[in-house]
Each structure stands twice: as C-alpha cells, then as structure tokens.
Design a protein around this ligand. Structure first.
Ligand code: GLN
Length: 451
C-alpha cells in the first residue's frame, strides 16, 4: 500500500504532463490492501508489488476505455483483456489508463482527442507515439511497467524517445483479446520497463495460448529464469548502407558504429547484409494497416456503443454524424485511405500488391535471420521531436516509422533498449530483432547489451 500511495502522489505532481487519462486510485489502493494480506500469508502471486499502467486501448472490466477517441467517450468495458487479466491474476496492480494517439494511430501522441502528452525528460518535446503516455509513465517513475500496443512501432519509438525499454513481441505471442483493434494482423501488446528483467517477467505472465484469440499461438509462454546469454558468439546482422542514408542523426550513426565495435570486441561477429526494401516498408505498412483499420473501425456507428450525435434525425444521419463528430482527423484520413485501397478496381493494384510485398518482406527477413542471430538497427532516425511541429504534414509523420514497421510486417519480435544519449540531452534507443518466437533469445541479447 505504501508503494501505491507513493506512486499516486507522484502521479499528482505530473498531472500537467497529461500522461494518464484516468488514475484508478481507489481501485489500486483496495487491491494493494488485499495483496499486503497475501504477503503476510506468503500466498502472493508472481507479480505482487508490481504496479502497471495500461494503454487506453485495453479493456478492463468496469473501467472506462476510449482509445483516446471521442467516439468512445464514457464507454465502459464489460470484460477484461486476457493480457491484463493474467497480470491481475498474478497480483499486479493496475494503476490507470494512459493517454495515446487515437486508436493507436500516430507517432507523437498528438492525435489523442484528450491532448498530447509531454515528454517527462523535456516538456517541450513529444514522448513519441502512439503509446506516448505508457512510455512517459515508466520514464517519469509513475509505475514499474506499462502495457502498450505496437502496430508499427508504437512501443519501440516512444521507448526510444523516453529512454526506457520497449518490447514488441512476436505476432501471436500475446493474446489480443480485449485490445481495441487498429490493424489486427499487426497489433501486439507488449511491455515498457526500466530494465529487460521486468519486461521479461511480465512477458512470461502475459504470453501464451488463449482460446479467445485464434491468432494467438498455441505455444507455451517463455519462461526466462535468469536472463544470461549463452556464451557463444553471436552473428549480428546490419543492413548495408543503412547508416549512410540521409536523415539519420549523425550522433545516432556514431552510436550504432560504437555498438558494433563493442560487440566485435566481445567476440561477436557483425555481418553486413543486403536489405534493399527499406523504402517499400512504409507504403506496405500504410496500405495494409489502413485497409484493416477501415474494416475494424466500421463498428463505431453511433448505434452499438460509444458516441451518438445529437444532431441525427434518422439511421443514415446517425451513422454519418456520429462518425463525423466522433472520429479525429487522422483516423478519418486512414479510414478513407483504407476504403480506397480496398475498393473494387483498386484492390489488386494496392491491397493485393501490398499483401504480396508483405510476403516477400517476411521471406527476406526469415532468410537474414536464418544466417544471423539478430538484426541491429536504430529505433528512430532521431531523438524526440518538439510538440506541434510535424503534425501539419502527415506523410512526414508516416516516415517516422521506417525502422520499426519491418517487425510488424514480418511478425518478428523486436525491442528498443536505451543505450544512447544525444548531446541535446535526450536519450535514444537501438533496436534488435530476432526470428519469430525467439522472444526469449531477443530479451537475453538485449539484457546483455544493456549491461
Ligand atoms: N506510427 C505508426 C502509425 O501511426 C505506428 C502506430 C502503432 O504502432 N500503433 O501507424
């Protein structure tokens, strides 16, 4: 209870950062009292004492969930997401729901209907997105672990901007039941933490088969034990010419080179591989995710749940006005883009082609990771950018995702670890990616590199 009270006090002092959309204070205190008693009897769960925030796109029975959208304002969940339930079953305490971009669409947290989040390390800067509040909640020390979701980088990029660890698991590792869908074949829930150990512990509890999500793998969750790495040398793949690309901050390039030297000095091998598809990744990602989003978001019609326009006069205008008034600009842009790429006449040219390209990316990623243990790339081309800067041009914002979307297109696990510090005072992460369902190996390598 002391831990919870201290964190609740600390959350108060960060109120102007807009990190939490709602703090479950009463709830958290109640749970803490119960868990204190369990401690007294020695019957506490694996995560007893761990305080966790959840992104506002995960359902928690009896609590509001809005996906940071006006269209779900005041909507209350009737059930709990599997990932969240498993944490609760092991006595974790859910402290509140964190701000994010509306329906997880964005890279700066500025698409939230409830205002942007300030980066706790520098309040003029964005915490990244879409899980900006989640990253900030850990960076500011308001909870121990945060759950975020990652469709194209929404865990790793904010982790990089806020100087914390962010893990996007293999697609199918963690159940999506109770996660509000953006692009179902890309979305994964994953943890933010200060260190790899905490992320691994949460993954162990959260992961594994779930009859409620047929896309969730039947494999048992990983059990990590201690996170040491086999002493065998690793083959670390880096993309040829990647660091010579325009637009990557020179200090990030220098840091990447230093990391490679350090790996070599520890006996690991750096292999340069061809991956000529970088420029196709963002287009593939935005065609497929907007297509899936346009279908997933069709359910917000002003009838079944959420916001209903008061200006509607009949069924047709209920749909139209509720959606027009309820969704934000970026969400509408993506729904329109998605319906366009799926429309007859364009389907083959865009959606069909992007599906085929996705397959090729998967095959090429597999081929690289057959030869190498891990791929090393930056998480983001730069450190956290100022708030109110990039919003005016959505395509500039889309290019933010160039290094992160490969893992979601291919389904591989990836992690951002905060090894870099820029002379501008801000942290930045490096990204590691391993083969599908090699999350355990990924976490071990990441843990070794953070030491
Ligand atoms: N920035 C990406 C986007 O806007 C990633 C979002 C995410 O991973 N949820 O779609």
């Amino acid at each position: 209870i002391d831990v919870v009270n201290n964190l609740l006090e600390r959350i108060e002092t960060y109120a102007d950062h807009n990190i939490f959309l709602e703090v479950f204070a009463g709830d958290a205190r109640e749970r803490a009292t119960v868990i204190d008693q369990k401690f007294a009897h020695g019957s506490q769960g694996k995560l007893a004492g761990l305080v966790i925030s959840i992104k506002d796109n995960m359902c928690y029975s009896g609590h509001k969930v809005s996906a940071a959208s006006k269209i779900l304002e005041n909507f209350e969940s009737l059930f709990t997401a599997t990932a969240v339930q498993r944490l609760i079953d092991e006595d974790a305490i859910i402290i509140g729901r964190t701000n994010c971009d509306e329906f997880a669409m964005g890279s700066s947290n500025e698409n939230s209907a409830y205002g942007a989040v300030k980066n706790p390390l520098n309040t003029a800067l964005s915490p990244g997105g879409s899980s900006g509040g989640a990253a900030a909640s850990v960076a500011a020390g308001l909870c121990h672990v945060a759950l975020g979701s990652d469709t194209g980088g929404s865990i790793r990029q904010p982790a990089s901007f806020c100087g914390v660890v962010g893990h996007k698991p293999t697609y199918g590792r963690v159940s999506r039941y109770g996660l509000i869908a953006y692009a179902s074949s890309f979305d994964q829930i994953g943890p933010f933490a200060k260190n790899v150990e905490d992320a691994a512990l949460v993954m162990e509890v959260m992961g594994g088969a779930d009859p409620m999500d047929s896309t969730c793998s039947q494999r048992e969750a990983d059990v990590h034990g201690d996170l040491s790495l086999d002493p065998q040398p690793l083959k670390v793949a880096v993309y040829k010419d990647l660091l010579n690309r325009e637009g990557i901050n020179p200090e990030i390039v220098a840091h990447m080179n230093a990391q490679m030297e350090q790996l070599k000095s520890k006996g690991h091998e750096i292999v340069e591989v061809d991956f000529p598809h970088l420029d196709t990744l963002v287009p593939i990602y935005y065609i497929l995710t907007t297509a899936e989003a346009s279908s997933n978001l069709a359910r917000y019609d002003g009838v079944h749940f959420g916001y209903r326009s008061e200006n509607a006069t009949d069924l047709e205008s209920t749909y139209k006005r509720s959606r027009t008034e309820g969704f934000g600009e970026e969400v509408k842009r993506r729904i329109m883009l998605g319906t366009f790429v799926l429309s007859s006449g364009y389907y083959d040219a865009y959606y069909g082609k992007a599906q085929r390209a996705r397959k090729l990316i998967q095959e090429h990623t597999d081929a690289i990771l057959k030869e190498a243990d891990v791929i090393l790339i930056p998480t983001s081309p730069h450190t956290a950018f100022p708030l109110n800067q990039e919003l005016n041009d959505p395509t500039v914002m889309y290019l933010e995702d160039i290094f992160t979307v490969q893992a979601n297109i291919a389904g591989n696990p990836a992690i951002s670890i905060p090894t870099g510090k820029h002379s501008n005072g801000m942290p930045f992460g490096i990204q590691l990616m391993t083969g599908r369902f090699e999350d355990d190996k990924l976490l071990r390598i990441a843990n070794a590199m953070m030491k």
